[in-house]
Design a protein. Structure first.
Length: 202
């Protein structure tokens, strides 16, 4: 009987672990939406887009700036001063980086200007994707270039970082540690930001 109870308990734990393991988190849903968008964007090409190579789907690489709009500061380093008060010595709420982007341009006013949705990502080392964003992008065709798809682009949207370092639960900047604790704790969480992108279509 005791063996059966242990077996049932172990089975329940395994089911619980399995359910937890396959429970999709926010970042997974965003990644899935990103790849679905990449698949659907070329399928929406119309006849007028095919006649004009500047219109339709394109790819670019560019510089971006993430302006944090989350509830917590992005902490690089925090220490305790001589009075046991938490002091943040380095934070990074404005993040410049290089991102890859894919866009789909409509050309409502001729073939020199395009506007449409875009998705962007930053490949990572520890994480496959370190940041992913989407929004609206405007493109300006380069008249001096012989390449019909070449353009300078400006995009505005939202971005999510899946592994942002913040102060641990119960720990607040410029306040003493909770009772019984002796060092500053950190944790990682996903956090949103406003995304500005300036890219070049190749």
């Amino acid at each position: 009987m005791q063996y059966e109870q242990q077996k049932i308990s172990s089975s329940s734990k395994n089911k619980a672990v399995t359910r937890q393991r396959f429970k999709p988190d926010l970042f997974f849903k965003i990644e899935l939406s990103f790849f679905l968008l990449l698949i659907l964007m070329p399928l929406t090409s119309s006849a007028w887009a095919l006649e004009n190579q500047f219109a339709g789907m394109g790819f670019g690489v560019g510089l971006s700036l993430t302006i944090d709009i989350g509830e917590h500061n992005r902490i690089n380093e925090a220490v305790l001063d001589e009075n046991g008060v938490v002091r943040v010595t380095s934070e990074n709420n404005d993040v410049p980086r290089i991102m890859l982007e894919s866009h789909y341009f409509f050309t409502p006013k001729g073939d020199d200007f395009g506007i449409g949705p875009f998705v962007a990502l930053q490949p990572g080392t520890d994480e496959i994707i370190e940041a992913i964003g989407m929004g609206i992008m405007m493109g300006f065709k380069r008249r001096s270039s012989e390449d019909e798809t070449s353009s300078w682009n400006i995009g505005l949207g939202a971005v999510v970082d899946p592994s942002v370092k913040i102060l641990g639960d119960g720990i607040k900047e410029n306040q003493a540690l909770p009772s019984g604790e002796t060092q500053v704790r950190f944790k990682e969480t996903s956090q949103w930001g406003m995304l500005l992108v300036a890219s070049f279509t190749f």
